[in-house]
Design a protein around this ligand. Structure first.
Ligand SMILES: Cc1cc2nc3c(=O)[nH]c(=O)nc-3n(C[C@H](O)[C@H](O)[C@H](O)COP(=O)(O)OP(=O)(O)OC[C@H]3O[C@@H](n4cnc5c(N)ncnc54)[C@H](O)[C@@H]3O)c2cc1C
Length: 401
């Protein structure tokens, strides 16, 4: 079968770029970097500051073993400091501490998913856990060590992507939000902003929870809801031999300086209005996460929480990413990662680049990321699932099936 025609054509007229990327989060920046590495000129339009939304506020973890993008992300992370030219603070592996038999059996699907993609998994006894993670003390039942996934520093990683984009000649325009599109013959020819319009041959919509409203301007439905998640940071503690420590319903890492940075799982996410304004932390979730850090790492229970923050997570109806071309617009790719975008970002950016350049992704099957899977979704899907802002806020877990 003949290869589909390239989606990116020759250089566009100035001012503009061959590709305009809307959104300067980790996905937009990774896509921009991959496009530039392949000789395609890019402008990134960012409504606020790069990484000012979820990409700069997340836990920095990679553990989406079940994702078709995971093997590529897993191969890329150890090389990213060298490829980008700047540090991400990548540290490989994840350790889940087990304190009850129920916690061990709840891990079965993660263990299966990790082993399915070739990551070995080791059971550790209490002594091995205490050696690797002294703050856990000696009374854990044991641990499960995943030789896969890892943790990065989100802020340094965002900065690394952004500097790497600029090093390759890409332009990043902050405080320059896309406000609309000029479409001619089924193609976006200009992206409009309050600072003027940018001509383009192709567009990447990587605006996190805002991709839905941007796509709506193009008469396309991209179903994304937004949920608020929170994290805590403790004062610095003595550095541990192993830093990527999960369990007790929370996940996180010890930073280079020694702080413990922790967040909760989907059961902690709060149904939220679409991202507008600054997400605030300070809910009872902060106390709950801090309490569970103390249970996970009892020898850290004296540590004070010195900072907390919140961010808006993009959530698709089935919890899987969307990376696809828009059906009615010939030259636009939409990418929204449904909560696992940071860890998958090196692979997601490459997938977006290949979709734009070649019309298909060669290294991973993106079939499960297609927009067409939502063809029968009603317009009121958020209400049907109860994913609407509530006062006082309820967790999506309480609201969801
Ligand atoms: C507290 C928290 C913890 C998390 N932990 C993890 C984790 O450990 N591992 C993991 O993989 N993922 C994690 N996530 C999810 C992860 O952060 C996201 O999946 C990822 O950052 C999404 O990246 P993005 O670039 O698609 O979106 P965003 O980070 O939301 O970036 C989109 C950008 O687009 C901009 N924008 C919006 N509208 C416009 C417009 N009209 N014009 C121009 N720009 C626009 C926004 O300002 C924003 O900067 C977490 C998220 C949160 C909030």
């Amino acid at each position: 079968m003949a290869a589909p025609a390239p989606r990116v054509r020759s250089r566009c007229a100035a001012p503009g770029a061959e590709v305009v990327v809307v959104g300067g989060g980790v996905i937009g920046l990774s896509a921009a970097w991959w496009l530039l590495r392949n000789g395609i000129k890019v402008i990134v339009l960012e409504a606020g500051a790069i990484g000012s939304e979820a990409s700069g506020r997340n836990g920095g973890g990679s553990a989406a073993f079940h994702s078709p993008l995971f093997p590529e992300a897993e191969a890329l992370w150890p090389q990213m400091d060298e490829l980008l030219g700047y540090p991400t603070e990548f540290r490989p592996g994840r350790l889940k501490i087990i304190r009850t038999e129920a916690q061990l059996s709840a891990l079965k699907s993660s263990i299966d998913a990790a082993q399915h993609v070739g990551c070995s998994v080791e059971q550790l006894d209490a002594r091995q856990v205490a050696e690797l993670v002294p703050l856990a003390g000696a009374d854990a039942l044991g641990g499960v060590y995943f030789h896969g996934g890892g943790h990065m520093n989100p802020l340094r990683t965002l900065q690394a992507y952004a500097w790497a984009v600029e090093d390759l000649g890409g332009r990043i325009l902050q405080r320059t939000g896309a406000t609309g599109f000029r479409v001619r013959s089924g193609r976006i020819v200009e992206v409009e902003t309050a600072c003027g319009s940018f001509a383009c041959d192709a567009v990447v919509l990587a605006a996190g929870p805002n991709v839905g409203s941007l796509a709506a301007q193009l008469d396309e439905i991209v179903p994304v809801a937004s949920a608020r998640a929170e994290m805590v940071l403790t004062e610095p503690l003595p550095p541990m031999p192993f830093t990527n420590v999960d369990g007790n319903g929370i996940y996180g890492r010890q930073t280079l300086r020694g702080n413990l940075a922790y967040g909760g799982g989907p059961h902690e996410w709060l149904a939220s209005a679409p991202a507008a304004g600054l997400p605030k932390s300070g809910s009872p979730l902060i106390r709950s996460i801090a309490k569970r850090v103390a249970e996970l790492l009892p020898l850290a229970s004296h540590a004070r929480v010195i900072r907390s923050w919140a961010g808006f997570i993009e959530c698709t109806p089935d919890g899987r990413p969307i990376i696809d071309r828009l059906a009615s617009i010939d030259n636009a790719v939409v990418a929204t990662m449904s909560s696992v975008g940071f860890g998958l970002s090196p692979a997601a950016g490459r997938a977006i680049m290949e979709l734009l350049r070649d019309g298909r992704c060669d290294f991973a099957d993106l079939g499960s990321f297609s927009l067409s899977r939502f063809a029968d979704l009603g317009g009121d899907w958020r209400e049907e699932r109860g994913w609407v802002a509530a006062t006082p806020p309820r967790t999506i877990y309480e609201l969801n099936v």
